[in-house]
Design a protein around this ligand. Structure first.
Ligand SMILES: CC(C)CCC[C@@H](C)[C@H]1CC[C@H]2[C@@H]3CC=C4C[C@@H](O)CC[C@]4(C)[C@H]3CC[C@]12C
Length: 458
């Protein structure tokens, strides 16, 4: 995969400037008139953004791409499925504590990432509704899909439904897997500490063999004992349980046989064991716990309260982040650890809680700058994002407005000249043969690097 990997990469450990305190902003003041609305249609102050485009956020799915390579190297469909499931969960780990809003990509914006073992290209293929398509490939797998996030504001919370299907293909096995990502909810918009929860069912289907992984992302709900927990079975086509997977999307995923799990349940160990061990593979999660419990989103918290703004009466509900209760942890004997989350950089609070992987996304390789290799529509060239990264809020805000106006103008002009015909450059609209839902397929050619894009979007 590494033909052009002479592209120089200097690993970043921080951004050019730390994030700016959001003390003067009240999210509630901005959003109080938007209850029930689709947040993608509302202009929000750039202060609530993080310096990444949503296309770059999608690339964060790839942080643990080695799990897909591992999956492709397994000999049985159930073993491949357990790694695919671990990948699907790992892809969501970067969302933990990430409470800034990524920039809406401009129509036709692209983003690429080349790593030693894979490469990925994304494009914003539709503006209303916003749809982002991505296509990743390696020697062992293809991973592609399109996401149309529905972001609704419900007063106390923001709810995200990442509509769209994602697909994995293993050419060697002639297998295709699909699933849909779970919903996510940002709590405490009005008052308290913001925190993120992902919940619901994720069903991963192997369309060639009929194997299914049925994962439940538990809602913290009433008690907090289920905070961030994920569990479920890998089944074969006769619906026989083969493996049991369990863990947390913020932490780790372990796997045991369905038999060991039912043995364990029969012994009644599930609810009263101590659970320390289960929460500490590699020692990482314990560290993350203590961090979570003491997690102070100082800048965010103050942005959600403003004295002279009328704050509606709250229902009786805690504004704290629920603490995970380790007494409910599972630790089934003979489990294997499929995935464990890398710890965040120690300075991450200053940098939008970015992972090490996210810190790299705006970095410009030495030979990348156009016309050398980089496509002129790449998110790395977006001036508003770069200004925010540099800590220049005014610049970011002005540029964001300018780009959005330019986009509106281009659209109007297009409408009057050719009836609003917009065709994405790298993807085509299809119906997925597996899910029968709308999707976008990569048409190829991006990596030939012959970019004939004349009028730039920035
Ligand atoms: C008012 C402020 C606090 C709102 C901030 C909203 C932020 C936290 C929202 C806006 C858009 C959201 C993203 C939209 C779509 C997806 C894809 C999904 O597969 C994982 C979650 C993820 C990546 C969401 C994470 C949370 C998110 C980034």
């Amino acid at each position: 995969m590494a033909e052009e990997d002479s592209i120089e990469r200097v690993e970043r450990t921080e951004l050019p400037a730390p994030m700016i305190s959001r003390k003067e902003v009240s999210i509630w003041a901005i959003l109080k008139n938007c209850i029930g609305k689709d947040l993608s249609k509302i202009t929000m102050p750039v202060m609530l953004n993080e310096p990444l485009s949503f296309l770059q956020r999608l690339c964060e799915y790839m942080e643990y791409a080695h799990l897909l390579t591992q999956a492709a190297h397994q000999e049985t469909p159930e073993d491949r499925m357990k790694y695919v499931a671990a990948f699907a969960v790992s892809a969501l780990a970067s969302n933990w504590e990430r409470l800034g809003k990524p920039f809406n990509p401009l129509l036709g914006e692209t983003y690429e990432l080349q790593r030693d073992d894979y490469r990925i290209v994304c494009e914003q293929v539709s503006h209303h509704p916003p749809v982002s398509a991505f296509h990743a490939e390696s020697n062992d797998f293809k991973f592609h899909g399109s996401i149309n996030p529905k972001i609704k504001f419900w007063g106390k919370s923001v709810e995200v439904n990442p509509k769209g299907t994602v697909t994995i293909e293993f050419p060697k096995w002639n297998e295709t897997y699909t699933w849909t990502n779970v919903n996510c909810c940002v709590h405490n918009i009005i008052v308290g500490k913001l925190w993120i929860e992902q919940y619901g069912k994720m069903v991963i289907t192997n369309h060639a063999t009929g194997h299914v992984a049925n994962l439940t992302f538990k809602s913290a709900g009433s008690g907090a004992k289920h905070l961030h927990r994920v569990e479920g079975f890998v089944r074969d086509s006769s619906e026989k349980n083969i493996y049991f997977l369990y863990g947390k999307w913020t932490d780790f995923i372990k796997c045991c046989t369905a038999e060991s799990y039912s043995q364990y349940i029969k012994q009644g160990t599930r609810k009263n064991e101590d659970g320390e061990a289960a929460d500490s593979p590699n020692g990482t999660p314990k560290r993350m716990f203590s961090k979570l419990n003491s997690f102070k989103l100082s800048s965010f918290r103050s942005m959600s309260i403003q004295d002279n703004d009328s704050i509606p009466p709250l229902e009786q509900e805690t504004n704290e982040i629920p603490k995970s209760d380790s007494a409910y942890s599972l630790d089934v004997p003979d489990s294997t650890l499929l995935w464990s989350c890398k710890p965040r950089p120690s300075n991450c609070e200053e940098y939008y809680h970015f992972t090490h992987f996210a810190l790299q996304l705006n970095a410009m390789g030495k030979n990348m700058k156009p016309p050398l290799t980089l496509c002129p529509t790449d998110s790395r060239l977006r001036p508003d994002i770069l200004y925010l990264e540099d800590g220049n809020l005014d610049g970011a805000s002005k540029e964001k407005t300018r780009l959005e106006e330019k986009q509106r103008y281009t659209r109007k002009h297009r409408k009057s000249t050719n009836g609003d015909d917009w065709t994405p450059r790298w993807f085509k609209h299809v119906t997925s043969p597996y899910t029968k839902t709308e999707d976008w397929n990569y048409v190829g050619g991006y990596w030939d690097r012959k970019y004939d894009i004349a009028n730039t979007i920035f």
